[in-house]
Design a binder for this molecule. Structure first.
Ligand code: RNT
Ligand code: ZN
Length: 423
């Protein structure tokens, strides 16, 4: 019996099992195929980028550990690796770039000098591959970020430098969106904060507010670009104080009609990020997510199919908000095959969405509406062991990507034939 016919047989049984619960697996697979994750370029080279001289991850409250061989050393290598990763992820997904990934042709182009021309190659590449782009200002890994402050810096000269950078990044985003006929989401995250207590939190936040208003002074049409702002609770070296806290950006985004970006690794470890979705959606048309995995003090481990990600997907689906929640991935791990890391994170996020879509929502809601809390809890528990894997394999097969554990061998093959040749 071939693998393919086994997958079909398992799927057929699964389809009937779900049908009995009122779930149409065919329709759900069509819905899933329209979900486009934004794949973060920075997992491919440990947030290095292609500036000359090369930026090294610093001043950012974020850190990549591990020196697994084979990381992309050039734009060509990164594109080849991305192509490999995309080929193992079912569906059509976006690419999320950071400003340090421009084509600077070996020249020193400081952050306040970048232009859309430096990203023309990416736009062409995206056009050829029918990809859509998202973008991020890079307000870290730079001498002017070394003391841990950028847009909220006490020094006006340093603030102005990062304001100019961020304005240019928004312009680049608008060009990307215009050229690719799909709005590019520009996300702004800054590392600003301090290891120990500040006695003037108010002033830093007032500086940040003023800088943001200057950055957002130029409006762009929403079919070209959309703005998001990302908060954080603490980072490495900013344990006691982060200027751009959740409350700060909630207030900012609501009053200025921007999106909030909710990174799963940026909250108290016992706080449930999924619970925020249905609240935010009462006030925002759209939000941006950074799907990540916090582990102790790190906020950026490779995403896996854990309860946090499953609950997040459930809350998006239960809120009927797949078209209002933009889902980006954000993690970086240099201790394993980096293409494998991308694919694990993306496939796990999609599996979580599939699981959420396959939830017997009608029956669960009926229990809840009747006040039958036992019935609701019992069905939730039974639903956890429904044959999700059979639908997933069938979905992958029909999407033309390797199923089950088969893709692991392909990543190993790529490592042997391509990555191992990189010194
Ligand atoms: C850092 C933020 C931010 C970065 C990327 C590289 O804590 O999550 O989104 O990870 O911009
Ligand atoms: Zn993030």
């Amino acid at each position: 019996m071939s693998n393919e016919s086994n997958i079909r047989k398992s799927y057929e049984l699964a389809r009937e099992r779900y049908e009995a619960l009122g779930i149409d697996t065919e329709e759900i697979m069509r819905t899933l195929s329209k979900v486009s994750l934004s794949l973060h370029c920075w997992q491919g080279d440990d947030v290095g980028g292609f500036e000359k001289p090369a930026a090294s991850l610093s001043g950012g409250g974020i850190q990549v550990t591990g020196n697994y061989p084979g990381k992309a050393r050039s734009i060509e290598e990164l594109r080849a690796d991305l192509k490999e990763a995309y080929s193992l992820i079912p569906g059509r997904h976006r690419l999320n770039l950071h400003a340090i990934y421009g084509e600077f042709q070996g020249k020193l182009i400081d952050r306040d000098q970048i232009t859309p021309a430096h990203f023309a190659g990416w736009i062409d590449w995206a056009k050829q591959r029918r990809l859509k782009l998202d973008f991020n200002a890079t307000c870290f890994s730079h001498p002017k970020a070394d003391d841990g402050f950028t847009l909220s810096h006490r020094d006006k000269g340093i603030r102005d430098f990062w304001i100019e950078h961020s304005k240019r990044c928004r312009e680049i985003s608008a060009v990307m969106g215009r050229e690719l006929h799909d709005p590019c989401i520009h996300n702004l995250w800054i590392p600003d904060g301090s290891k120990d207590h500040s006695v003037d939190r108010f002033s830093y936040r007032a500086f940040l507010l003023d800088s943001l208003d200057k950055i957002f002074a130029i409006p762009y049409p929403s079919n070209e670009m959309k703005d998001a702002v990302e908060s954080k609770l603490f980072g490495i070296g900013s344990e006691a104080f982060v200027v751009g806290s959740h409350e700060f950006y909630m207030g900012y985004a609501l009053s200025r009609k921007k999106m909030v970006c909710i990174d799963m690794g940026h909250f108290h470890p016992t706080e449930s990020v999924s619970d925020k979705i249905s609240s935010l959606l009462q006030f925002f048309d759209e939000i941006l997510l950074h799907v990540s995995r916090g582990v102790r003090w790190d906020s950026d481990h490779v995403v896996i199919l854990n309860d946090d990600v499953r609950s997040l997907a459930e809350e998006i689906v239960r809120s009927n908000a797949l078209n209002r929640v933009n889902i980006a991935l954000d993690f970086f791990d240099g201790s394993l095959n980096r293409i494998g890391a991308w694919v694990i994170g993306a496939r796990s996020t999609l599996k979580a969405l599939l699981a959420a879509l396959l939830e017997p929502r009608g029956k669960l809601r009926a229990f809840e509406n009747k006040g039958d809390n036992f019935g609701r809890l019992a069905l939730l528990e039974e639903a956890r062991v429904l044959p999700l894997g059979a639908v997933w394999d069938y979905y992958c097969m029909n999407s033309g990507v390797l199923t089950g554990e088969e893709w692991i061998a392909e990543v190993h093959r790529y490592e042997q034939t391509v990555l191992s040749k990189r010194s």
